[in-house]
Design a protein around this ligand. Structure first.
Ligand code: FAD
Length: 462
């Protein structure tokens, strides 16, 4: 048994960041993690491995599609799937070991095993009960599978299985056109699989600015992905070939089906709090299995906090990280804050899609007067030079004050470009502030400036 100032349960981006910051602020800190490696869903079976596979398959696509256009001739590489998976595993290992190093450097104690909270101020790991002034639940989330579907992680898989398939499937059905489904669908489409995405709603990437979502769907279709939208999946059953998905179209109840080698169920994630003992503690829960917290991450039990995917808000690693830093500061008696109005969201396909702030649909719903500045990457010299002219920047600003309200980008490097807007929004900037800022030529970020110019007297290159 040991005594700590703070024990954090879960070492994902929320938990490990909270632990490091708490230790940096002088708190005696432990972090409980049941996995063999630190980093949670994100580093082990989420953000990082998916980006490794997206990178490898993007390079493959470049060689096959664009190299000859640039006069780069020669034999085309073929895919050694086992080696590609090893590359992905090496990337994971490099990152998870990095967190282990940071724990040692910052003197965070890693309590290995499953943690539970037998009483306020106590955390049980194995047979040991440790005490802490404060406890943070950072136990993350798990895949949420539609009722009636049995996942075996070989033929009918979640994202975890899709990151480690024994061989490249010839065909794949993805259920759910959210970020995870489209990223993994993209990976396998680039590897030659015939990918069909079946989605309940009438548009892909629910919640995204509709114009961007539409353009994104068109681009993915050009890349070979097929979409069945407005389809309520009825049954997923295993067959001799793989599995069969049956659906009914919501508009007319007509039935459809498709058989594929692999079915990826990507219908969202739900908070994971099993085995913590929250019910016995009387912890108040919120909608969809979330732990209910106030705006200082406090649950209704004194000294018990919660952050990350386990609480309300977008299930994103950087949102969890920001909450991790904020909760550590709050526990150390400082001021911790997360601005939920400026949390970017990125889809790491090619082209990337990135978004921050309000969508045009949200502005209309709020009855706000706004203006739109748009600029196409087709008119961006750098994007054209690298065959990435598809997509655009769409900036939304207040009609009266010109203050930036949101920005939605589909195009090269969108996931990095969006941060110029995040910083601008944190500073309460107007579109004109970006328009008057010199942007280096030739860069993709010139498209952001042109969209800002388009909010005023007009873009130059449009
Ligand atoms: P988690 O990362 O889920 O970590 C929780 C940890 O707690 C786990 O390691 C678990 O083992 C441990 N744990 C749970 N219960 C206990 C217990 N009782 N005792 C001990 N340990 C316990 N987000 C992005 O921002 N960008 C992306 O590109 C992105 N890509 C993704 C791709 C995929 C395929 C998936 C599945 C997710 C992706 N996400 C992405 C989402 C991101 O992974 C999560 O939002 C993030 O990991 C949440 O962090 P967390 O700290 O709340 O929880």
């Amino acid at each position: 048994m040991a005594e700590f100032d703070v024990i954090i349960i879960g070492a994902g981006p929320g938990g490990y960041v909270a632990a490091i910051r708490a230790a940096q602020l002088g708190l005696k800190t432990a972090c409980v993690e049941a996995r063999e490696t630190l980093g949670g869903t994100c580093l082990n079976v989420g953000c990082i491995p998916s980006k490794a596979l997206l990178n490898a398959t993007h390079q493959l696509h470049e060689v096959h599609e664009n190299f000859e256009k640039m006069g780069l001739m020669g034999a085309k590489p073929t895919v050694d799937w086992d080696r590609m998976l090893r590359y992905k595993d090496d990337v994971i290992a490099g990152n998870t070991k990095g967190i282990e190093f940071l724990f040692k450097k910052n003197k965070v104690t890693w309590l290995k095993g499953w943690g539970s909270i037998p009483a306020p101020g106590q955390v049980k790991v194995g047979d040991e009960v440790h005490t802490a002034k404060n406890i943070v639940i950072a136990t993350g989330s798990e895949a949420s599978v539609l009722p009636g579907i049995t996942v075996d992680e070989e033929v009918i898989v979640t994202s975890t299985g899709a990151l480690a398939l024994p061989k490249i499937p010839k065909s794949m059905v993805v259920i759910g056109a959210g970020v995870i489904g489209l990223e993994m669908g993209s990976v396998y489409a680039r590897l030659g699989a015939e990918v069909t995405v079946v989605e309940y709603l009438d548009a892909i990437t629910p919640g995204m600015d509709a114009e961007v979502a539409k353009s994104f769907q068109r681009i993915l279709q050009k890349q070979g992905l097929k979409f069945v939208l407005g389809a309520a999946v009825q049954v997923v059953e295993k067959t001799a070939k793989g599995a069969k998905v049956t659906w009914k179209l919501r508009k007319d109840d007509s039935a459809g089906e498709i058989e594929a080698d692999v079915v990826l169920v990507a219908t969202g994630r739900r908070p994971y709090t099993a085995g913590l003992g929250l019910e016995a503690l009387g912890v108040e829960m919120g909608p969809r299995g979330t732990v209910k917290t106030d705006d200082h991450f406090r649950t209704n039990v004194p000294g018990l906090y919660a952050i990350g995917d386990a609480i309300a808000g977008p299930m994103l690693a950087h949102k969890a990280e920001d909450e991790g830093m904020a909760v550590a500061e709050i526990m150390a008696g400082k001021y911790g804050h997360v601005n939920y109005g400026v949390i970017p969201g990125v889809v790491y396909t090619t082209p990337e899609v990135a978004t921050v702030g309000l969508t045009e649909e949200q502005l209309k719903d709020q009855g706000r007067a706004y203006k739109v500045g748009k600029f196409s990457f087709m008119a961006n010299a750098r994007a054209k030079a690298v065959f990435q002219g598809e997509g655009f920047v769409k900036m939304l600003a207040d009609k009266e004050t010109d203050r930036i309200l949101g920005c939605h980008i589909i195009g090269p490097g969108a996931g990095d470009l969006i941060h110029e807007i995040c910083v601008a929004m944190e500073f309460g900037a107007a579109a004109q502030d970006i328009a008057l800022t010199c942007h280096a030529h030739p860069t993709y970020s010139e498209a952001v400036r042109e969209a800002a110019l388009a909010c005023g007297d007009g873009a130059i290159h449009a």
